[in-house]
Each structure stands twice: as structure tokens, then as C-alpha cells.
Write a protein that binds this ligand. Structure first.
Ligand code: ADP
Ligand code: F6P
Length: 472
């Protein structure tokens, strides 16, 4: 049997990308905050990451990459449609985001969700050594903690939800609500982005299952399950380093030149997702152009809308709406060779994103609901020169920490317009002051700190203090 691990991460996606080199399939690490934060503990504890490698059909054999054991889990084409696109992204995703789109409920999706969660749980049970720590990630795998506890009561199990956790009245819509809740309660520690989400969870446990709780601690079958808030963050130092790189600085200048050296570059960077408030942001920009409060070419907008979940109907509808709005704005306010909105439905390297952040005078992050929103934090980390303004929705988890942003209510179009105008017109000294406070916060509250805090609460000692286990 393959060597087992004392630390296991279970997430829907693996932290690797498949690349073809000379016609041969190879794997390279995919850049991401989560894997960066967990790398030290994974490497020191001969850890395993269990996840889906992308694509359908047979999974690749387990392999090792940069000290992490990678354990791929297969998904068939039908499971992809039902578990990933259906139950995860057409039922749970909209429901947990305040039902800003109507959740779709289908029994066959639920069945597939159970089956796939069981497969992930089995994989974790197979690779975890006696008494190991298993950290399960996110809404795609909410049944895994209880399934795993059933198979392996010796394990220490943590769960972290990266997206919001809804209030009781919304959660109660879910047809298999008690099963989901019991799934989560299989963990020893359930982490959320926000304090309010943790409160929703403990109250739900009493409301739905009649469980007793004290503070944030729920009594379940003679065990204690703790709930808590652990706001996730970014690798701040790495982002700052990248933004200071002369190549990134030069690229930022080039981007501004390519945009016609406008006075104001307004930027949006999001997955093309209906929770992100892309349409309302475009509408605010259009109305300000129509009101004559902003003018092209003095002000231009760049909207990066990363392709996402493209086979899910909500996402297809959104794309049509966003692209129609971009066309409308450019039709009304653009000139030959000078669009008002530069719309980019593409993925970029981290360096190119950093250059865009450096180039932007105003960053617009206007989700209707968002667990955290790392883009907002990345923008702040990239503004080492102290300039730049962040317009931030109060409904993003990041708004709890980034209080010096230009906060707005995304449901109020006039409020969004006002925040954007205040950001555009703010004095450089004020912008610097705001940015400095937010940067200081992110330097101490980075993703490594997030992982450390969660794991400490789960009972895992500090990574740095954890000696590498003996060989053999
Ligand atoms: P979500 O998890 O909902 O997608 P976040 O803002 O929390 O939203 O995280 C998005 C992450 O994806 C950020 O780290 C951001 O840099 C990255 N990202 C967003 N758009 C692109 C893109 N077009 N190309 C590459 N990375 C992107
Ligand atoms: O933050 C929520 C989340 O679903 C993550 O789990 C995921 O990494 C990201 O958004 C992108 O979504 P997907 O894996 O569906 O492409």
C-alpha cells in the first residue's frame, strides 16, 4: 500500500494544471493562495492533496509534485454535469449567495453529489494515517466530514467554507438540508469567512436538529463541534513583490499607453459570475457617462471577465447580458479606436493581472454577495506607491476588513455611482492614507496566517514548529 499521510487536504480541484510538453502530458503547480499557504505543512508532514484533476473519465495515477502527494479523484461526464455543474453550481452556489439567482433543485443532482462526496471521503480514508488531520474545503464537499468520520473516527477533521453560509430561512429551502447539516457536523471545526455565517450555522443546528450549543460550540452525539470565523487572505508579500517587479511596472505603463494614456483607468476583474455585480457596475459607468460626470477618453473602463462554469445556464444568460451592456456602452460612448469599455473574456497570468492592478486608478469590486473576494485584497497589495482607490461592495466578506475602501451598497445604483465618483475625485493624499491602512492590515493578515489560525484552532501545532516526521 502507498505511504499514508498525517495531513490531508480534500478539495474539489487539485492544485495542479495539466500541460503538454513535447506531446507528453505533464503537471505543473497551479498558482493559488490556498496551496501556497498549505505547502509548508503539506511538505513537512508528507501531506496528500485529494481532488479532481479536471476533465472527465479515468483519473491519472497518484503522483508527487514539489513535495506534495497528489491524489486525483475521477469524475465521469455525467457526474460533472450533475455533481459539479448541477448540485454544486446551480443549486448550492446561488442558494448560499442570497439566492441572487434562483437555485435549481433536481433529485438526480443530489444523488450524484452524495456519490461523489462518498468517493472523496473514501479516498481520504484510504490515504490518512492513524490519527491524521484531514482538512476538507468548500461547498462541493459538505457531506465529506460525516462520511469520513463514519469510516475513520480516529481522524481530526476540519472543514472550511469559502463562500457565504446563508441565513436559516434561505438554507431551509434546500431539499436535503438535514443531510447537508449533518455532513458538516462530522467535522471537529467548521470554519467560515464571517462571524455572522458561523452564527447562522450554530443557530441552524438548533433550529433544524434541536442540537444544543454554547457560544460557538455545538454538542453532537457526545462530541463538540466548534464553529468560527477565519477570513481567508492572499500571499501579500508575494503580491507586493510581483507588483514591484520592473517587468510588471513596465507592463503597467504599456497597458496605460495602449489604453490611450487616459486620466482615469477603472478596472474590474472577476470570474464571469452573477454574484460579482458586473452588470450593475457597467450600468453605473454608463449612467455617469450619460450624465456627463465622466467622459471618454479621459476615463476608460477595463473589465476582465474570466470564463467560468460555461455550461451552466445562469452563466450563459449572464454572459449575454454583460456583453449586450458592453456593446451598448461602446455604441453610445466609444469613438473609432477608443472604446469606453475594454472587455476581456480571458484568463491571464498572475503577472499580467498584477500589471493591470498597478495600471488601474480605481478598482471596482461590487459583488451582490461574496464570501471574501481576493481580487480586492490583491489590488490593495499591489498599490505599494500608495495610490489607487478601491470601490468595494458592503456585501463582500473583504468589506469587514478593508474599511478604508469606498464602500457601497451594490443594490443601490446611485450609491455605486457616488462611490465611483468619490473614488475618481479623491485627493492623492487621502488615497495614500486609505491604502496604507489597508496594506498594513494585509501584511499581518495573510493567507499563511489564515491557515495557521485555522489549524491551531483544530489542534494542529504551528507549521514552523512542527518537526518533519522521521523517515520510514
Ligand atoms: P472567486 O473565488 O469567486 O473566483 P476571488 O476574487 O476570491 O473570487 O478569487 C479569484 C481569484 O482568481 C483571484 O486570485 C484572481 O487573481 C484570480 N483571477 C481572476 N480572474 C482571473 C483571470 N482572468 N486570469 C487569472 N486569474 C484570475
Ligand atoms: O471560491 C469559490 C470557488 O468555487 C472555489 O472553490 C473555486 O476554486 C473557485 O470558486 C472557482 O470555481 P470553479 O472551481 O467552479 O472553477
Amino acid at each position: 500500500m502507498a505511504e499514508r499521510s498525517s495531513f490531508v487536504v480534500v478539495a474539489n480541484r487539485l492544485p495542479v494544471d495539466e500541460v503538454m510538453v513535447d506531446g507528453e502530458r505533464q503537471w505543473r503547480p497551479s498558482p493559488g493562495g490556498l496551496v501556497t499557504a498549505l505547502h509548508p505543512v503539506l511538505a513537512q508532514q508528507r501531506g496528500t492533496w485529494i481532488g479532481w484533476a479536471g476533465g472527465d473519465g479515468e483519473a491519472p495515477e497518484p503522483f508527487e509534485l514539489e513535495g506534495i502527494k497528489i491524489h486525483p479523484v475521477p469524475l465521469s461526464a455525467e457526474e460533472l454535469e450533475r455533481y459539479y455543474e448541477g448540485q454544486s453550481n446551480a443549486t448550492i452556489w446561488p442558494l448560499y449567495h442570497d439566492a441572487v439567482e434562483t437555485p435549481v433543485y433536481k433529485r438526480r443532482w443530489r444523488e450524484a453529489y452524495r456519490l461523489v462526496n462518498q468517493r472523496f471521503a473514501q479516498a481520504a480514508a484510504d490515504v490518512a494515517e492513524q490519527g491524521a488531520t484531514v482538512w476538507v474545503q468548500d461547498y462541493q464537499l459538505q457531506l465529506v466530514p460525516a462520511m469520513l468520520r463514519e469510516m475513520r473516527p480516529d481522524l481530526r477533521i476540519g472543514f472550511f467554507l469559502h463562500i457565504p453560509f446563508p441565513p436559516i430561512e434561505l438554507f431551509m429551502q434546500m431539499p436535503f438540508r438535514a443531510e447537508i447539516l449533518r455532513g458538516l457536523l462530522g467535522a471537529d471545526l467548521v470554519g467560515f469567512q464571517q462571524r455572522l455565517a458561523a452564527q447562522n450555522f450554530v443557530r441552524l443546528a438548533r433550529h433544524l436538529l434541536g442540537l444544543r450549543y454554547e457560544g460557538q460550540s455545538i454538542q453532537v452525539d457526545g462530541r463538540k463541534v466548534k464553529a468560527g470565523a477565519f477570513p481567508i487572505s492572499i500571499d501579500t508579500a508575494d503580491m507586493e513583490r510581483m507588483a514591484a517587479d520592473p517587468a510588471v511596472q513596465a507592463r503597467a505603463k504599456q497597458i496605460r499607453a495602449e489604453l490611450g494614456d487616459p486620466e482615469t483607468v477603472i478596472l474590474g476583474v472577476d470570474r464571469l459570475d452573477y454574484t460579482k455585480g458586473i452588470e450593475l457596475r457597467l450600468k453605473a459607468f454608463r449612467e455617469l457617462l450619460a450624465d456627463g460626470k465622466l467622459k471618454v477618453p479621459e476615463a476608460v473602463m477595463v473589465q476582465v471577465a474570466t470564463p467560468s462554469r460555461e455550461r451552466v445556464e445562469h452563466y450563459q444568460t449572464l454572459r449575454v447580458k454583460v456583453e449586450r451592456e458592453v456593446g451598448r456602452i461602446n455604441g453610445e460612448f466609444g469613438r473609432v479606436g477608443m472604446p469606453a469599455v475594454h472587455y476581456l473574456h480571458q484568463s491571464y497570468s498572475k503577472q499580467e493581472l498584477a500589471a493591470l492592478y498597478v495600471a488601474a486608478d480605481v478598482m471596482m469590486v461590487t459583488p451582490l454577495r461574496d464570501g471574501m473576494n481576493l481580487v480586492a485584497k490583491e489590488y490593495v497589495a499591489c498599490r505599494a506607491n500608495g495610490g489607487g482607490a478601491l470601490v468595494l461592495s458592503e456585501f463582500a466578506g473583504a468589506a469587514t476588513e478593508l474599511r478604508q475602501a469606498f464602500l457601497c451598497n451594490p443594490h443601490d445604483p446611485d450609491g455605486v455611482k457616488d462611490a465611483l465618483l468619490r473614488a475618481v475625485g479623491a485627493e492623492p493624499a487621502e488615497l495614500k492614507r486609505r491604502m496604507r491602512v489597508m496594506q498594513r492590515h494585509l501584511r499581518t493578515h495573510d493567507v499563511a496566517e489564515w491557515a495557521r489560525t485555522f489549524l491551531n484552532e483544530l489542534g494542529v501545532p504551528d507549521t514552523d514548529a512542527t518537526p518533519a516526521p522521521d523517515e520510514g
